[in-house]
Each structure stands twice: as structure tokens, then as C-alpha cells.
Design a protein around this ligand. Structure first.
Ligand SMILES: CC(C)(COP(=O)(O)OP(=O)(O)OC[C@H]1O[C@@H](n2cnc3c(N)ncnc32)[C@H](O)[C@@H]1OP(=O)(O)O)[C@@H](O)C(=O)NCCC(=O)NCCS
Length: 249
């Protein structure tokens, strides 16, 4: 089946109620307490261009996800991921998350992208996007971020452990890792290139040494031969000087 996966706009606001209903129902079915979403908040995200929506060809709601920023834009979270149960296991969550990830990178290129999840498919998708599991202490510290967990059945675990542990896994993508990866790749490339050119350079040096040393040996040999000539074999200028001195004294 064909789906359109796009950055949500004002015209998609009509889907806000359906999105909230599906989020709530899937939370009930899973026995978790995914934070209830306010349709007005979902609409705001659509108007701001900070959400991704998937629709079937006939306009049926297929999936959704939105992005939020924390700690003055230092962190971005992709939240509220939902795929209509009738369209699940067809790679739709993957497409939605990919688009939300690209949107987050585009809008907040320096921000760390974070998430909290117990969902295996989400962990899988996140890992494919380059997220790594992190301790909860690496996630935004502000209360507002954790407020979303209040309606979860496991919230007491989180508070009891001082936000250090819970059943959710914290995941993070840090753009710096990408920079470091790129740097390492550049260094590796340079090393490889130098390895290649290094070999050529080495061969060139060996060739130069061979030619120059051969000439040097030749010069040395010629000089040695000159030195070996008999002592009376004075050079021409020496002979002229000697006869000139002789004529005077
Ligand atoms: C979780 C959810 C979004 C996944 O949506 P989906 O469209 O079915 O996921 P995809 O088809 O893109 O699957 C992504 C990967 O997870 C795997 N996967 C999907 N459902 C799975 C399941 N129930 N168990 C194990 N793996 C699963 C897929 O095989 C795929 O892996 P692959 O890339 O190796 O093929 C959907 O089940 C859902 O809306 N659940 C309720 C809300 C929810 O849990 N949201 C997440 C809150 S953090």
C-alpha cells in the first residue's frame, strides 16, 4: 500500500483528535501510560512545521510523530510516535521516524536528539538512525521533560530512583559523534592516501638515492684517481708559477 509521509501543515489539523485517540488506545492496549496528548498541542506542532504525518492514499490517518525541544534547544525529542494498527509492520514507523529525524537535524542541527522508550521496534529504528543507549542522567534535566512520564504506570520507579532508572531505555543521537566519525574517516582516508602515496614517495626517494649516490661514487672515484697521480705531476698553473719564479731568482 502507498503512503505519503510528510512534514505536517495547518491543513492536517483535522487529524489531531484521531491522533490523540489512537495514542490513548494503544497505550491502554499495551498497559503502559503513554502521556495523553492534548489535540490543541498536536495542532500547534502541525502549524509550527514540527510534526510528521503519514496518510494512506484515500486520506486515512496512518501515522504521526512530533518534535519538541528542551534545555533551550540543546535537546530535541521525537515524541508521540503512533502508527494506525491496520498499517503496522509495513515499515511505516521507520519512514516517519526517519523524516522526523531529518527534520530535527534540519531545524536544530546542533541539538542532541533524545528519546525514552520500552518499544523494541522504536529501539531498532533509533539504533539504525545512529542513536545509542544512554543513562537517564544524560537526558534533559528539566522537570518539564519528565512531566510526560507522570501518566506512565512505572512513574513511581522513576521518582524512587531519583530519575536514575526506569523501565524505559534512554537513547541519544549526538551530532558531535557524526563530526567525530567524519574526522576519523578523513584521518583514515588521509592515512590510506598517504600509505599509497607514501609508497610512491618511498620508491622515488630510493630511485633518487640510487642515481645520486651512483654519481657521487663516480665523482669520488675520479677524485681518488687524480690524487693517486705522481707528485711531480704538478698541475699546469703550478708549473707556470714555478718557471716564472725560477726566472726571477
Ligand atoms: C511501535 C510502532 C510505532 C511500530 O510501528 P510499525 O510501523 O509497525 O514499525 P515498522 O514496520 O516501521 O517496524 C520497524 C522495525 O521494528 C520491527 N517491528 C515492528 N513491530 C514489531 C514488534 N511488534 N515486535 C518486534 N519488532 C517489531 C520491524 O520488523 C522493523 O524491523 P526491521 O527494520 O528489521 O524490519 C507501532 O507498533 C505503534 O504505533 N505502537 C503503539 C505506540 C507506540 O508504542 N509508540 C512508541 C512509543 S515510544
Amino acid at each position: 500500500m502507498e503512503f505519503s509521509v510528510q512534514v505536517a501543515e495547518e491543513k492536517h489539523q483535522e487529524y489531531a483528535l484521531e491522533i490523540c485517540r489512537q495514542i490513548e488506545e494503544s497505550a491502554k492496549a499495551r498497559g503502559t501510560g503513554i502521556a495523553k496528548r492534548d489535540p490543541e498541542y498536536i495542532k500547534l506542532k502541525m502549524r509550527e512545521g514540527k510534526a510528521v504525518i503519514a496518510l494512506a492514499q484515500d486520506g486515512t490517518f496512518a501515522g504521526f510523530c512530533y518534535i519538541e525541544t528542551w534545555s533551550h534547544g540543546n535537546y530535541v525529542a521525537n515524541s508521540g510516535l503512533i502508527v494506525n494498527p491496520v498499517f503496522r509492520q509495513a515499515g511505516l514507523a521507520k519512514r516517519i521516524k526517519e523524516q522526523a529525524f531529518n527534520l530535527s537535524r534540519q531545524l536544530f542541527p546542533a541539538a542532541k536528539i533524545v528519546g525514552l522508550t520500552t518499544s523494541l521496534p522504536v529501539m531498532k529504528i533509533n539504533s539504525d538512525l545512529g542513536y545509542q543507549p544512554v543513562t537517564l542522567s544524560e537526558l534533559p534535566a528539566e522537570d518539564q521533560f519528565w512531566k510526560g512520564c507522570q501518566s506512565c504506570v512505572n512513574y513511581d520507579i522513576l521518582t524512587r530512583t531519583n530519575r536514575k532508572h526506569c523501565l524505559c531505555t534512554g537513547m541519544m543521537y549526538d551530532p558531535k559523534w557524526e563530526d567525530e566519525k567524519k574526522k576519523t574517516e578523513v584521518v583514515q582516508e588521509a592515512k590510506q592516501e598517504f600509505g599509497l602515496h607514501g609508497k610512491l614517495y618511498e620508491r622515488w626517494l630510493r630511485f633518487k638515492a640510487f642515481v645520486l649516490l651512483r654519481d657521487y661514487e663516480k665523482i669520488k672515484e675520479e677524485e681518488a684517481q687524480k690524487r693517486q697521480k705522481p707528485s711531480n705531476g704538478a698541475s699546469k698553473p703550478e708549473k707556470i708559477l714555478a718557471s716564472w719564479l725560477h726566472s726571477w731568482f
